[in-house]
Design a protein around this ligand. Structure first.
Ligand code: TXA
Ligand code: MG
Length: 324
């Protein structure tokens, strides 16, 4: 099991070296922990898919440390320019036309003519990418289909010795993945709700975002119906727990009759709720409860992304939940 490494200039250099050598480094971002590999190195990228048990058709986000590097890999249009200036570095991923001869591994885009790019704001992530001298492909550092990690200990518990190094940056601030916008079609399209609220993006663009139509290709993130799933079954929009349920509250809906209770945000703050979502699901899952009931979450602002993750986590699984 790799140790959790405190972030220092020395551990950043070691991790950058590991990436250059084709290794896998788990690192903190402002959203969730990423499982990074050199995006120019096809064998390293293949290890990401193998380590996560990730379907090969599901492409990866390429992380760069500076806006200026994006042009090397993708075609930047006017809308991309505007969103990048306002929201980067930060929790926004742009799907853009991939530049021919970019040098990126084909596997990163899963054979699509597009590439997803973001500039994270977490200083350790940016320092690591800059020190590696390469673009870094990084999905969330969890086994495919399961809950994303918001602490280094989650990564160690889920992936353990399958990763070469784990940089420990404490708790991720936003706690939900980046918002993904495709700028490759006629209209800007929301592919995945995330840590940046849709409304902020629509304000910046001066037009509404289209929604991806169900079943459309490419398969984007949690576009897979069952995703972000804990072991327990989830019951959404619950006003109170059933006997034996664990309960995840929000605001004044607290599930007080259950003895396994957490509240995403007692004050009803969606930002706080987003930051607590994945760690709370993990914690309630660890109680062994068969079902986690979850209070209703409003659908506006970050609530859109929280509800998206909850619906997918609650969706029927390819295999029944383990009952051991
Ligand atoms: O916050 C985040 O976005 C985190 C951190 C580590 O940056 N990363 C993350 O990656 O959530 P991942 O792999 O768990 O989710 C990225 C999603 C994938 O589901 C994939 O389908 C979608 O982005 N994606 C990547 N490239 C795409 C492309 N060219 N077109 C459409 N969707 C794409
Ligand atoms: Mg993921």
């Amino acid at each position: 099991m790799p140790e959790l490494l405190t972030i220092t200039p020395e551990t950043i250099q070691r991790a950058a070296h590991c990436l250059r050598d084709g290794g896998l480094v788990a690192f903190p971002t402002e959203t969730v922990y990423g499982l990074g590999a050199n995006a120019l190195d096809g064998r390293a990228v293949a290890r990401i898919f193998e380590t996560k048990g990730r379907p090969q058709f599901n492409p990866l986000i390429v992380h760069v440390s500076e806006l200026a590097q994006v042009e090397t890999f993708a075609h930047f249009n006017e809308q991309a320019q505007r969103l990048a200036e306002i929201f980067w570095p930060g929790p926004l991923t742009l799907v853009l036309a991939r530049r021919a001869g970019s040098g990126l591994s084909e596997l990163v885009s899963a054979g699509l003519p597009t590439v997803a790019i973001r500039v994270p704001s977490h200083p350790a992530a940016r320092n690591l990418i800059a020190a590696s001298g390469a673009p870094v492909a990084a999905p969330s550092a969890n086994p495919s289909g399961q809950v994303s990690p918001t602490q280094a200990a989650h990564v160690a518990a889920d992936l353990g010795s399958k990763v070469d190094m784990i940089l420990d940056g404490g708790q991720c601030k936003a706690g939900l993945e980046s918002t993904i916008i495709a700028l490759t079609g006629d209209t800007p399209t929301l592919l995945r709700a995330g840590s940046l609220a849709r409304e902020a993006i629509e304000d910046a663009l001066g037009e509404p975002l289209s929604r991806r139509t169900h079943g459309a290709t490419p398969q984007a993130p949690g576009m897979l119906t069952s995703h972000y799933a804990p072991r327990a079954y989830l019951r959404l929009n619950a006003e109170f727990p059933q006997p034996g349920d664990a309960f995840l509250g929000f605001g004044s809906i607290t599930g007080q009759s259950s003895d396994k209770v957490l509240n995403l945000s007692a004050s009803g703050n969606l930002r706080e709720a987003a930051a607590n979502l994945f760690s709370s699901l993990r914690e309630l899952d660890a109680t062994g409860a068969r079902t986690i009931s979850i209070a209703p979450i409003p659908e506006h602002g970050l609530g859109e992304a929280i509800n998206d993750r909850l619906r997918r986590a609650a969706a029927p699984r390819p295999e029944p939940a383990r009952s051991d």
